[in-house]
Unconditional design. Structure first.
Length: 408
């Protein structure tokens, strides 16, 4: 059963007209030519395509209150600029982008630390400082997303709230790039990711650093960070709808079991559904006082098992495509017996990433680390066969902690 918000209606495809805003289909978006984030109907050919695939669609009346006989360009209102799908290609190599990615990471880290300290002292969030912090992140991700992901995966984690803010900002920008959003929308996504948990600055450290299970009252207090975050955004003049949506709904769940409002399915805005997956993924791959961190592939598996319940299934699928089969920073075993860490993706052949080899075949740390592009046909083992990934490894396998190896 499809859950609709007040402005949404089911429309038989026979009644579609140009100018309607389609925000849902009667089937999965995957496998269709239509953008997951929603779109305006702008010509008869598009209507014909919808009629072939669907019996009905979900139309948002609030977004469709425009003249019907207009061009596609006129339909793109400022709020909907993100609907233009941008095709991104790497414009720098991993090596070229690394210094800029490191600088962008340091800028975002300094801001995350500062904003938490300022808010704890009763100061407002400086909107111009937020943009200044996320712009280098977005620019780096647009040029080459792997470089920033590589830097982030190897950085030593310090204070969870700061690291989580930086990583969520990065993953939001990278996910938005994968989805084909324009630059301004990537900035909103990165901003929302950075500020997801800013409301935790209003909570006591004793609660944030708890190692055991929370009581019901402690859990209720922890959940107030969403309300605190929204209040801080309002006080600081952060009104961008996409950013507010992310902070407001990143703990809502697709089946309605989340908080603070118990929203479900399409009641949760797109960026909120994306933020839920991003927030959970980074939490699962981070060390927490009450559990060890998961390897990237383990975290993705756990989220995938909850698709259609806690998380929107199509969003999960897209996020997994974004990070690929072997996410950057994953420890893997090669067909040579060597252990390597994934450096970058080869999206033409997702099973053949670029890796850095860390050990000898007998799992002893190598004296020198070397890079291998598994897509290169010349990359062969002693047996003359192409080197392949044969499996993923848990964090710390064979005593290897990449963050201790000074790889960046």
């Amino acid at each position: 059963m499809v859950t609709l918000v007040a402005s949404e209606v089911q429309v038989d495809v026979a009644n579609l007209t140009v100018g309607m805003y389609v925000c849902g289909l009667d089937r999965d978006w995957l496998g269709t030519p239509f953008p997951l984030q929603g779109f305006y109907v702008y010509d008869d050919e598009q209507i014909a395509g919808l009629r072939k695939l669907c019996d009905y669609v979900i139309v948002d009346r609030a977004r469709s209150n425009i003249p019907l006989a207009v061009t596609a360009e006129m339909l793109m209102q400022p709020r909907e600029v993100r609907l233009r799908v941008t095709e991104y290609r790497n414009t720098t190599t991993l090596a070229e982008e690394m210094p800029r990615a490191r600088e962008a990471h340091d800028t975002a880290a300094a801001f995350a630390s500062k904003v938490m300290a300022d808010v704890r002292q009763g100061q407002k969030i400086a909107v111009e400082d937020v943009r200044e912090a996320v712009m280098p992140v977005v620019k780096s991700v647009m040029r080459n997303a792997d470089a920033f992901l590589w830097i982030s995966s190897l950085g030593k984690r310090d204070v969870y709230e700061y690291d989580h803010a930086i990583n969520c900002s990065l993953f939001a920008a990278a996910f938005g790039r994968h989805m084909g959003f324009g630059e301004e929308t990537l900035i909103n996504l990165a901003t929302g990711g950075l500020l997801l948990d800013v409301g935790k600055s209003a909570l006591p450290d004793s609660l944030l650093q708890m190692e055991g299970a929370m009581t019901d009252s402690e859990r209720r207090e922890m959940r107030t960070h969403v309300t605190h975050g929204l209040a801080l955004l309002e006080q600081s003049g952060v009104y961008a709808p996409d950013v507010v949506d992310m902070v407001r709904t990143h703990h809502e769940r697709y089946d309605g079991a989340g908080y603070p409002d118990g929203l479900a399915r399409n009641e949760i805005p797109l960026f909120g559904r994306m933020a839920a997956v991003i927030d959970s993924y980074d939490a699962l791959t981070s060390v927490r006082p009450y559990r060890k961190k998961l390897a990237p592939h383990q975290a993705l598996q756990q989220i995938y098992r909850e698709r259609g319940r806690r998380y929107h299934g199509e969003i999960v699928e897209q996020f997994m495509q974004c990070l690929s089969v072997y996410p950057t920073g994953s420890l893997v075993e090669l067909s040579t017996g060597e252990i390597a860490i994934v450096m970058a993706q080869n999206f033409a052949r997702r099973l053949r990433p670029r890796v850095m080899v860390l050990t000898t075949p007998d799992k002893k740390l190598a004296e020198e680390f070397r890079e291998l592009d598994l897509l290169d046909s010349a990359t062969k083992g002693d047996d003359g066969k192409p080197v392949e990934v044969v499996g993923t490894l848990e964090h710390g396998a064979y005593g290897i902690d990449p963050t201790e190896l000074y790889l960046i």
